[in-house]
Design a protein around this ligand. Structure first.
Ligand SMILES: *[C@@H]1O[C@H](CO)[C@@H](O)[C@H](O)[C@H]1NC(C)=O
Ligand SMILES: *[C@@H]1O[C@H](CO)[C@@H](O)[C@H](O)[C@H]1NC(C)=O
Ligand SMILES: *[C@@H]1O[C@H](CO)[C@@H](O)[C@H](O)[C@H]1NC(C)=O
Ligand SMILES: *[C@@H]1O[C@H](CO)[C@@H](O)[C@H](O)[C@H]1NC(C)=O
Ligand SMILES: *[C@@H]1O[C@H](CO)[C@@H](O)[C@H](O)[C@H]1NC(C)=O
Ligand SMILES: *[C@@H]1O[C@H](CO)[C@@H](O)[C@H](O)[C@H]1NC(C)=O
Ligand SMILES: *[C@@H]1O[C@H](CO)[C@@H](O)[C@H](O)[C@H]1NC(C)=O
Ligand SMILES: *[C@@H]1O[C@H](CO)[C@@H](O)[C@H](O)[C@H]1NC(C)=O
Ligand SMILES: *[C@@H]1O[C@H](CO)[C@@H](O)[C@H](O)[C@H]1NC(C)=O
Length: 782
């Protein structure tokens, strides 16, 4: 391993000199042998090379792929996907000009299909593109035009192209939407940045070297951004690439040059279990730690391939071979993924609305063409039938749905989770025995047994909890269900109150692994357990750098609690509005701007990128938390649905006080605009003083803006510090656009982000006219 790296380093060091002498033209007849993996065709500066790489994990006998590899060993393209033996070779045909991969048995496994097109040479460039050319210059074939599973910077991915991995595919549609499909039929993820009335002319998708995935077309100068990698614009020589992985997920990776180590920087489907078909037919996905695992629905099933649980499951007794009665196996908190076209088949092929879940079960049982059914407990009570075919399942304590599968009676459920945790206990016991046994030897066996008993029972309790906590590590998407007793214990009987938000008081708690959490007792919820689980499931899909993460929840009797990650630096208001009796750290301009941008990104995610759009309804500095690096994390979202809204909202958009006005995401834009102005100026929105000419903040600010005195709006306590005037200008203009009286005049949150970033031009904002309608409210709020 280390020698390999050394050789690599050496070759990187030597390359600049070598490449001067070497023009890397691959001439007809050139051959690479799989038996010699050191042989490669390299790009002029050595960043990329084409050669044989052993299949990972290794096979016996060894098999290979002919691949273009980034320095350090990251494959970005391969000649076909079928592994070949060590007698195989890759050759640019000496006379016909096609590049072909021939296996040891002489069979052509892959061919560039360029025979007799006059190809006279090939070359690999420093972006990783392998090109076959005629007459020295005319491109006949290029690997960028025939991608396999990866897109790299410099590569233009168009509507003609497709990334594939197994049954999964990734495409760009002509309207600028990208999607992921299973078996070319079921689209389980898509993202579009253009609106449907726009037919783009030949859009292309590209990954910029800084880590932005964007779609552009000739009519757009800057392109529409699809995704940011979370190391966006980080300095250093980082190679970023987009890959469709074998688990059906699309990811942006970053790799430090030459390291060969790839780190996930963005992922399309945050919750891996929501990738269609991840566990194969009839397989049920769940999480063990942060890893998704596949199991069968019950003991009526067995794995198709005991060595690979992702291949799916089959019934031990087929329904048609069942001697006794058929019955429906019931699976709580389990969902069968339903995407068009294979979703929702009712008896007549249309949606059906059921009164209760029992009829979802029964009507499938009596319907010979129904194999399984799933009911979403979202109030709509929609029951989805699954015809015999491919069924993909997901189970998670937070999922508010119940599923049924037809099996030959009797239904034998899987071992329950409590039995599994017994397994845990046994395991921990065995470990404790071995360790302590070795230390203590044979001394006082009885006494020490007693000692372990007391000690390890405590330890084991802790272990299962931290094992639970591990569940939510990163992209697992599954919050943990806590018992009320557990929460009482870890908050020390709700001793330390951190504050009280709009929906209830928040307490400090410490998990077994010493992670500090914030536990919120949700109040004012009249609805039942099912609705609360719905909320949790919505919240659990919201993973974003700028949103506070939900770690777990409790839903026991009348108790409704949410467990969030703890934010060291509390909320933004503590920093913005300091008083003489509450002095604190002053945030500099750069930090303020980043907080504003982060908040806008978080809200954009809630509005546009969540599986289900979420309107926050209560954006205010108190709900913008700051982590230890002063990054913004929006909190208290997603609860508006269950709690009674009245009296909660502080930054009311005018439409809230109008009768019959629809509340849309533009209400959030309004509150955001107010918060943005407060962030810039360090003054309360409704605070009126001589300094603001006895006007409310925005009215005064607009006056100053018209006078051309934007710097005068900035928090005067920043006097003397460096302030990026252009950013100030952008922030102030954006805030005026956000607080326009008419919701339709306000930009969408995604546009706000682009405006702040300076990607979108900002026109001069007209005066926000809401002064008259707002003043009475202002007095109430004060
Ligand atoms: C590849 O293998 C063939 C036969 O095994 C051999 O004749 C040829 O020289 C090898 N080519 C290279 C470039 O090593
Ligand atoms: C090789 O060339 C590419 C493309 O011009 C460039 O991005 C990269 O930095 C170069 N690498 C080295 C080691 O010169
Ligand atoms: C390229 O082809 C044209 C005719 O097709 C020929 O006239 C020209 O000389 C060729 N150029 C080279 C560099 O071979
Ligand atoms: C994929 O689709 C094809 C038809 O389009 C179908 O024949 C095949 O069975 C499907 N594969 C799976 C695994 O269901
Ligand atoms: C959709 O496109 C039309 C035409 O370009 C444009 O007027 C409209 O504002 C767009 N709608 C959205 C929501 O972007
Ligand atoms: C783009 O086209 C696809 C397929 O025609 C359609 O399903 C999708 O809704 C369209 N997206 C937008 C944003 O119009
Ligand atoms: C968009 O363009 C495609 C191909 O050019 C065409 O088939 C399709 O009908 C167009 N859609 C609309 C909405 O104009
Ligand atoms: C990217 O980083 C550079 C310096 O590291 C900075 O000058 C530039 O403004 C950043 N660009 C964006 C869009 O954040
Ligand atoms: C099958 O169902 C019938 C009617 O419900 C019942 O009488 C019979 O005992 C059942 N048979 C078995 C083997 O469970």
């Amino acid at each position: 391993m280390t020698t390999k790296i050394q050789i690599l380093l050496l070759s990187i060091l030597l390359l600049p000199t070598i490449s001067l002498a070497m023009v890397n033209i691959i001439s007809p007849g050139s051959t690479l042998n799989a038996s010699n993996t050191n042989q490669a065709w390299s790009s002029p500066n050595g960043t990329f090379s084409l050669g044989f790489i052993p299949i990972n994990p290794p096979t016996s006998p060894p098999t290979f792929l002919a691949a273009i590899v980034y320095s350090g060993g990251i494959p970005i393209w391969s000649a076909g996907t079928i592994p070949v033996d060590s007698a195989a070779y890759l050759q640019l045909h000496p006379t016909e000009g096609n590049l072909r991969l021939v296996s040891g048995s002489g069979h052509t496994v892959w061919d560039s299909a360029t025979a007799n097109l006059g190809v006279s040479s090939a070359s690999l460039d420093d972006y990783g593109n392998l090109v076959l050319t005629r007459n020295g210059t005319i491109q006949v074939w290029a690997s960028f035009e025939h991608p396999t599973d990866t897109v790299v910077p410099g590569q233009k991915f168009s509507t003609r192209h497709v990334l594939r991995n197994g049954l999964y595919s990734f495409r760009l549609l002509s309207n600028g939407t990208v999607n992921l499909k299973w078996n070319d039929s079921t689209a389980y993820w898509s993202r579009g940045t253009f609106n449907s009335s726009n037919n783009r002319t030949s859009p292309t998708l590209g990954l910029q070297p800084t880590g932005i995935l964007s779609v552009s077309d000739p009519t757009l100068t800057r392109g529409a951004i699809m995704a940011y990698s979370n190391d966006y614009n980080q300095s250093g020589e980082i190679f970023r690439f987009l890959r469709l992985d074998s688990d059906g997920n699309l990811r942006i990776y970053g790799s430090d040059k030459g390291s060969g180590i790839q780190t996930v920087r963005w992922v399309a489907v945050e919750d891996q279990c929501r990738v269609f078909g991840f566990c194969g037919n009839m397989g049920i996905c769940s999480y063990s730690g942060k890893n998704p695992i596949c199991r069968c629905p019950s003991q009526n099933f067995e794995l198709l391939d005991p060595k690979d649980s992702r291949k799916g499951c089959k019934r031990k007794v087929a329904t048609e071979d069942c001697a006794g009665n058929l019955t429906m196996l019931t699976m709580e908190h389990t969902l069968f993924l339903t995407f068009p076209p294979q979703s929702l088949f009712a008896v007549e092929g249309s949606e059906i609305f059921m009164v209760g879940i029992s009829s979802c079960r029964m009507s499938c049982l009596v319907n010979p063409t129904c194999d399984a059914s799933t009911i979403l407990s979202d109030g709509g009570g929609m029951c989805y039938y699954k015809m015999p075919g491919f069924i993909s399942g997901y189970t998670n304590p937070a999922l508010p749905s119940t599923s049924y599968v037809k099996v030959c009676s009797p239904a034998v459920p899987n071992a329950s989770p409590s039995m599994r945790s017994d397994g845990w206990r046994m395991h921990a016991w065995a470990l404790a025995m071995v360790v302590i046994g070795t230390i203590l030897g044979l001394i006082a066996l009885e006494g020490s047994l007693w000692w372990w008993c007391c000690r390890s029972s405590r330890k084991i309790g802790g272990l299962s909890l931290s094992a639970k906590y591990a569940l939510i590590e990163y992209a697992s998407g599954a919050p943990v269900e806590f018992s009320y007793r557990e929460l009482r214990r870890l908050t020390k009987e709700f001793k330390e109150k951190l504050g009280s938000g709009g929906f209830g008081a928040v307490y400090r708690g410490v998990l077994a692994d010493r992670t500090v959490v914030a536990v919120k007792r949700v109040e004012g919820i009249e609805e039942g357990e099912r609705q609360f689980r719905m909320v949790v499931s919505t919240l659990s899909c919201t993973h974003h750098l700028n949103l506070v993460r939900l770690i777990g929840f409790c839903c026991e009797r009348s108790h409704r609690l949410l467990v969030y990650e703890f934010m060291q630096n509390k909320s933004l208001d503590n920093f913005l509005f300091q008083t003489d009796d509450k002095p604190g750290k002053l945030l500099n301009w750069e930090t303020r701007f980043n907080i504003a941008l982060g908040t806008a990104r978080g809200i954009t995610y809630l509005h546009d990128e969540c599986p289900e759009s979420i309107i926050h309804c209560d954006i205010k500095p108190e709900n913008i938390l700051l982590d230890k690096n002063y990054s913004a994390k929006v909190s208290d979202f997603g609860l508006a649905k269950v709690a009674t809204l009245k009296d909660h909202i502080d930054y009311l958009a005018p439409e809230w006080v109008q009768e019959n006005a629809a509340i849309t995401s533009k209400a959030d834009v309004y509150s955001y605009g107010m918060v943005l102005l407060e962030t810039v100026s360090g003054r309360r929105n409704m605070e009126v003083s001589a300094e603001t000419n006895w006007k409310v903040l925005w009215a005064w600010a607009y006056e100053e803006f018209e006078k051309g005195n934007v710097v005068g709006i900035v928090d005067r306590r920043l006097g003397g510090q460096e302030v990026d005037v252009e950013q100030v200008m952008r922030a102030i203009k954006v805030s005026f656009w956000c607080i326009q009286e008419q919701p339709s005049e306000r930009p969408r949150m995604g546009k706000v982000v682009h405006m702040l970033e300076g990607i979108t031009e900002i026109h001069r904002p007209p005066p926000p006219k809401a002064l008259n309608t707002l003043l009475p409210t202002a007095t109430i709020l004060n």
